[in-house]
Ligand binder design. Sequence first.
Ligand code: UDP
Ligand code: MG
Length: 316
Amino acid sequence: MAYKKILPKLALVVPCYNEEAVLETTINELSQLLNEYKLKGIIDAQSFLLFVDDGSRDNTWNVLVSNSTEFINAIKLSNNVGQQYALLAGLTFVTNKVDCCVSLDADLQDDVSVLEQMLLEYKEGSQIVYGVRSSRATDKALKRGAARMFYKLMHRLGVDMIYDHADFRLLSNKVLKELQHYREVNLFLRGLFPLMGFKSSQVYYERRERKAGITKYPFRKMIQLAINGITSFSNLPLKMITYIGFAVFVGSFIISLWVLFQRFFGLTVPGWASITLPMYFLGGVQLLALGIIGEYLGKIYLETKARPRYHIDEEL
Ligand code: UDP
Ligand code: MG
């Protein structure tokens, strides 16, 4: 009897939001790649693609319907919940259906030619393989600068993140199953996986230009993601309130001494400056503190409700 090799069953998970311009190309390229790998005997013949339509308002779903086959699957979320949740929907969907999966963007910016290397790392025992950008040449200067600042800040805050890794990664089914235990509503996937502590490795790739269409991540969404990343993983901003409060207290104490000294030994002129300055200053500090507390309070509010994070409308 011939020796039968056990090949990993792979799913490629692709979140899509208003991607009609690029989707056909993506479907063709990815299914070609899967077929090639199946022929080469790198992956199981049952490996498949999974597209998650994140409540698109354009033709995305129709494109998926007309291209759907046994190996091109799709789920449609009932509304636009954002890339992180769309990805979670996809990852949850393939859990226990595969041996491993790779998540990537619909615009083919992530270089799929490193997939083979990712699979190799997986076969050598890595449970998580991070796709890391070797350069950001295709990004606008603003995005590049903002991203660099963000990673530095996260590092300072003690959050273990992989530098220049977004959501292009391979996960084994073991990791997918563990992911289901994370019930948090404020999801920041790329911060979660390093926390899990499984054996991991990295592969490097050049990030390409978007194949077609425009970015679905405007600056506003990027900032939101960054703030979410910080406040979901670190309570240092909360501690900072205490430090600022303490510093202000010490400062006020010294100023009080000076004021008293002036009152008894100096010339007491109508004290406009000494009244208004602290007023503005303290008002500012208080507002800042309240704002930060509010940020966390909002999170606790959302977490305690523990609402479902997405709804699947249709499956293909
Ligand atoms: N995306 C999504 N929901 C959203 C926004 C984006 O599913 O609300 C998907 C999008 O279709 C793409 C991926 O997330 O597959 C990354 O988005 P994009 O390429 O626009 O971001 P950029 O590469 O410009 O940072
Ligand atoms: Mg992109």
